[in-house]
Write a protein that binds this ligand. Structure first.
Ligand code: ITT
Length: 190
């Protein structure tokens, strides 16, 4: 089954293709030569819906989008919906540096990744699937794998960051892994 994934983030594509397996062919916006879709919403759900809706109504093929935010409790859930451009440049290294600076005076380092996945099926029905994983923000980077905030996020119950996990390990417990499993169960139940 072919599914359009309304993203330009190839790290997300790799994770989701790995989670879905060979029965699905994930087609990204890079494959389709699409421009960036402006994320003008004020919530993760709005931005997720905006991306999936734009692509569904253009191609009329089953498609989904993922919008993800890192919510840090002692920073009033920031960066949240601003996670991609928290430091203004769009560079993950800058985002991490700013987050570590802003958190330096805080004892509570609790945080969660939240993903809202929006799926449009071939009948134009829209479904939302949420995935949340809780953890702590370390005071310095650990590991080289993954992307975004992975080097400083240590999920609850683990002694390593997402960056120190294999793709399979991360997918089993991550926000995106949880949301994609819900989507998979939904598709299989039809
Ligand atoms: P698309 O909108 O094209 O899907 P994006 O990178 O802009 O790609 P989001 O708005 O969903 O994606 O994500 C916001 C940022 O949150 C993203 O740029 C990463 O820095 C971070 N992020 C998302 N998922 C992550 C993950 O699994 N691990 C670490 N950081 C992540």
């Amino acid at each position: 089954m072919e599914l359009i994934f309304a993203t330009h983030n190839l790290n997300k594509v790799i994770e989701i293709q790995n989670a879905l397996g060979a029965a699905f062919k994930v087609i990204s916006l890079v494959d389709l030569n699409e421009n960036q879709i402006p994320e003008s919403g004020t919530t993760i759900q709005e931005n997720s819906h905006l991306k999936a809706s734009y692509i569904y109504h253009k191609y009329h093929l089953p498609c989904f989008a993922d919008d993800t935010g890192l919510e840090v409790f002692s920073l009033n859930n920031e960066p949240g919906v601003h996670s991609a451009r928290y430091a203004g440049t769009g560079a993950s290294e800058d985002n991490i540096d700013l987050l570590l600076t802003n958190l330096s005076d805080h004892e509570d380092r609790g945080a969660q990744f939240k993903t809202i996945l929006t799926f449009y099926d071939d009948q134009s029905n829209c479904h939302f699937f949420e995935g949340i994983v809780q953890g702590n923000i370390l005071s310095s980077r650990m590991g080289v794998g993954g992307f975004g905030y992975d080097p400083i996020f240590q999920p609850v119950g683990f002694e390593k960051t997402f960056s120190q996990m294999s793709l399979e390990e991360k997918n089993k417990i991550s926000h995106r892994g949880i949301a994609i499993t819900k989507l998979l169960n939904h598709i299989r139940s039809k």
